[in-house]
Design a protein around this ligand. Structure first.
Ligand code: NI
Length: 280
């Protein structure tokens, strides 16, 4: 089926720009959004691509498909499956309007040249009714503590992301702090998802409903979460993380949860080394 999809990618240009007010909002709050980042045609094409990948339960690289909410290799129904780095198997995903617009806007937010940014994609699927929530975290908590990171996550729902279907929630201004202490969900390092291990003022959280084909942009240290999917429809999301050239820290930050993930990952059968900087 992928061969067919590769032949039929809608290639009409679709350029969007970030309004100045959105840039200011990002600087102030650590996030912003636009109502459209790609065309209807590309959105439909991406949905078919996305569904094909999840039906395989295989991922783009060995070990690159797993349930975020349960221990690796759990049997039965997945509550929140994730595919990391789909573009490594299908570079065509780097030719989409979603990618190009995301990179242009991320570069503007990061004050960088688009071509200098690294990218890591991931897809998170919340199945109808059983789709799990993802608790409060900062994306940088997942990444190699030997480096300091500046990055923007470009997050696009392929279905309407609503309060009921599991939209994201952001805490405005929380990107100004350092990486907080995190732990694994259920205190099990075989569960990939992390949760912040310090108190969070939940009342500060602002829900971010986004229409299908819209996108939010959030800083890698912004505290965020997503709700469960209580609807009868699937909630599919596709995100690209755009990372500015990384700076090695003089001293590696102390993040034991990161080392636990690495250890748990290395114990899995048939996996490729964890692409640590790109999997959150
Ligand atoms: Ni995240």
């Amino acid at each position: 089926m992928f061969e067919d999809l590769l032949r039929t990618r809608p290639a009409a240009p679709f350029d969007v720009a970030l309004p100045t007010a959105a840039l200011e909002e990002y600087r102030e709050q650590g996030f912003t959004r636009i109502d459209r980042i790609t065309s209807d045609e590309e959105l439909e094409w991406l949905r078919r691509f996305y569904d094909g990948l999840f039906e395989e339960r295989r991922g783009a690289l060995p070990g690159g498909y797993f349930d975020l909410s349960r221990p690796y290799e759990s049997g039965g129904e997945d509550l929140q499956p994730q595919i990391i780095l789909p573009e490594t198997r299908f570079p065509v995903l780097l030719e989409t309007a979603f990618f190009h617009n995301g990179r242009q806007i991320a570069a503007r937010l990061l004050d960088e040249v688009p071509e200098h940014l690294e990218v890591g994609g991931h897809m998170i699927r919340k199945p109808p009714r059983i789709g799990e929530s993802l608790p409060w975290h900062q994306d940088e908590a997942y990444w190699d503590p030997s480096f300091a990171h500046e990055a923007v996550g470009v997050w696009m729902p392929l279905d309407p992301a609503t309060l009921e279907s599991g939209c994201m929630h952001f805490i405005p201004g929380s990107h100004r702090q350092d990486v907080m202490r995190h732990r694994h969900v259920g205190d099990d390092p075989n569960v990939h998802a992390l949760v912040v291990a310090e108190p969070v003022d939940e009342a500060q959280g602002v829900p971010q409903p986004i229409p299908a084909g819209g996108a939010s942009f959030h800083h890698c240290r912004l505290l965020h979460r997503s709700g469960p999917n209580r609807t009868g429809g699937v909630r599919r999301a596709y995100a690209n993380e755009f990372i500015a050239p990384r700076v090695r820290r003089r001293e590696r930050a102390v993040r034991p949860w990161f080392d636990q993930t690495r250890e748990a990952w290395s114990q899995r059968d048939k996996v490729r080394a964890l692409p640590t900087d790109r999997d959150a």
